[in-house]
Design a protein around this ligand. Structure first.
Ligand code: HEM
Length: 579
């Protein structure tokens, strides 16, 4: 009897009552259980589908461009308007040009995104590499095709060969090179030495020296110290204009992101060409000198590659699918740019704010705390000054205006009942989250969220209303009850609400070094220099002309004067008094 015949026999038989399916007692019990389970499951699915919401789609009037113009040119106001029309924490869809962007909001939803193991960043990263860093399509395609994520185990649904896993290999390399104590500690020491040397070379004594712009001053000193720390001496010595080109490129990077052709912005393209050529030259010379590599003698730094991380990264990238010398230069220029142009303006904001006249009592309080530390304090010692750490965290809350991108290449996502189709571009915006009135306490309007308030992250056990969040945490309440100790730094209750470095598996690998740079630089300037800001109110208006893509800076040049405190006169010093 064939299967079809058997099927027919049973059907007809059951219908005619000729075939009786007699089951043992325990089997019918199973059947009852199975039916109940099926019923529950169907009810659950039904409930889920009722709970499924259509996300709010931001309306548009222009048919093809849709919301592209307001999103790109007036992003903050555009999104704030849309946000105001929605229940708190709603995911919204922003239709732009050829795609829908999903903006996920609310601390709970943001934290959920960061915890999800299915998300990647290669899709948006590949666009940046192509548009801003001139990577050729063949190499970009390899980034686009890498949907396996950064974890050891590829995301289910991807089936990569080892050389296809660009995201995983770079992530591993960055984690080892920037987050482990064995590399982070020596990098911190080198940064401190380079910065001290760079400031010493200015020859600033106990007489006031007048400078035209604080931002430029710090861009030069912090920027060059960081580049020397991570990428070695030769990159700058071979290409003396590298830093100034990098800052000029940074000024115009948005026009590249907006896909203006070379014919419209030839200068921007030629700066990028120069930077890429400089990186390629650096790679070529470093490879030539590999045989005498100082790393072989157990050294942690050498003048060619700067760090073992960069030497290994070059080889890893070159061995990746679709990559060549040009694409590695693009990726490494992107790395240099993303490290320098985030931490330098952030440090500059912190320093400028700390030295502005309104912060006078704050400055003396910090000087007193720092004077109690040993002469060259360690990072741990600096972290013991709550006000300094609070000013650091507040600077990032106030000044980081970044869209943190994600996409789920193999699965659709559910965020509070909203379905995000697979491979959609998801954005988490720091500025909207960092000014969320539902989370952050503005202390009855005394500390508005659009202003820099260095004490925002301090909890005073004697003041139950203090602290960054509106909902006071259990720990704070307990400490307040006992009224023990003085004010302490706290970021409790801020998961998904404060994320200047992104989060989860993809969080910025430079975050620990960035924090150290900001603390060390501020402490060094506060302890060793008097600085008087001589800019008008207008120049000190901070902002970022590129919403979602930048770090806030003063709107104009910030002239200042500077002199060394506790200057020990040497014979060559103009003020040397021979005793
Ligand atoms: C205040 C300073 C900085 C801020 C605010 C910042 C912020 C960020 C953010 C938001 C991301 C995306 C994270 C995500 O997708 O979740 C990122 C990625 C990245 N950052 Fe930073 N960053 C800073 C400093 C640095 C420094 C100093 C370095 C290098 C030493 C660095 C290297 C990188 C790299 C390489 C990536 C891409 C990581 C990847 O490919 O997965 N950043 N950063």
């Amino acid at each position: 009897m064939s299967v079809a015949e058997m099927h027919e026999f049973f059907h007809k038989g059951i219908a005619a009552g000729k075939v009786r399916l007699s089951l043992p007692d325990h089997a019918s019990g199973y059947l009852v259980c199975l039916s109940i389970l099926t019923l529950f499951y169907s009810a659950f699915i039904l409930l889920k589908s009722w709970q499924r919401k259509d996300p709010f789609r931001v309306p548009y009037t222009l048919p093809i461009l849709k919301n592209t113009i307001p999103f790109v040119f007036d992003g903050l106001n555009f999104l704030r308007d849309a946000k105001a029309r929605l229940p708190y924490g709603s995911t919204m869809v922003v239709p732009i040009f050829r795609e829908d962007i999903y903006l996920v909001q609310g601390p709970k939803n943001v934290a959920e995104m960061f915890h999800s193991p299915q998300l990647t960043i290669t899709r948006s990263w590949s666009l940046v590499l192509r548009q801003c860093f001139g990577m050729k399509q063949r190499a970009v395609d390899a980034y686009l095709a890498d949907t396996s994520g950064t974890r050891e185990k590829p995301i289910p649904g991807s089936n990569p060969r080892p050389q296809d896993r660009l995201s995983h290999m770079t992530h591993k390399n960055l984690t080892a090179g920037l987050l482990q104590n064995s590399s982070l500690g020596p990098a911190t020491d080198r940064y401190r030495e380079h910065l001290e040397q760079s400031l010493d070379e200015m020859g600033i004594g106990h007489d006031w020296a007048y400078m035209p712009d604080m931002t430029e001053f710090l861009q030069t000193h912090i920027g060059s110290s960081l580049i020397r720390t991570l990428f070695g001496e030769r990159l700058l010595s071979q290409n003396p204009d590298f830093i100034s080109d990098l800052w000029e490129y940074d000024e115009h990077v948005m026009s590249l992101a907006q896909r203006y052709p070379r014919i419209w912005i030839p200068k921007t393209y030629s700066i990028r060409d120069r930077l890429l050529a400089a990186v390629k030259k650096w790679h070529a010379e470093a490879v030539k000198n590999d045989e005498v590599s100082e790393f072989d003698d157990g050294k942690l730094t050498d003048s060619w590659w700067g760090t073992k991380m960069m030497k290994e990264r070059y080889r890893l990238l070159l061995g990746g699918t679709g990559q060549d010398e040009d694409s590695v230069a693009s990726t490494n220029l992107a790395f240099i740019w993303s490290s320098v142009t985030t931490v330098v303006p952030s440090s500059a904001t912190m320093v400028t704010k700390l030295f502005s006249s309104e912060a006078e009592p704050l400055l003396s309080s910090l000087r007193t705390s720092l004077s109690r530390l040993p002469p060259s304090p360690t990072v741990k010692e600096l972290e013991s000054v709550p006000l300094l750490v609070s000013a650091y965290a507040e600077t990032l809350r106030y000044g980081i205006h970044i869209h943190v991108p994600r996409s789920a290449p193999h699965h659709e996502l559910q965020v509070q009942g909203v379905t995000i189709p697979k491979n959609s571009l998801i954005l988490l915006n720091t500025q909207l989250a960092h000014t969320d009135e539902e989370v952050w306490d503005n202390h009855d309007g005394r500390h508005p969220l659009d202003q820099w308030c260095p004490e925002r992250f301090l909890v005073d056990p004697k003041d139950p209303s203090s602290g960054p969040t509106r909902t006071k945490t259990a720990v704070a309440a307990e400490k307040a009850e006992k009224a023990e100790g003085g004010p302490y730094f706290s970021s409790e209750g801020l998961e998904g609400a404060w994320f200047p470095y992104g989060g989860g598996q993809h969080a910025c690998p430079g975050r620990l070094l960035a924090k150290r740079i900001m603390l060390l630089t501020s402490a060094m300037l506060i302890s060793n220099f008097d600085i008087e800001i001589r800019a008008g109110k207008e120049a000190l208006e901070f902002g970022s002309p590129r919403f979602g893509f930048g770090v806030s800076k003063p709107s104009g040049p910030v002239p200042f004067r500077i002199r060394r405190r506790n200057h020990v006169c040497k014979a060559e010093c103009a003020y040397f008094i021979d005793t």
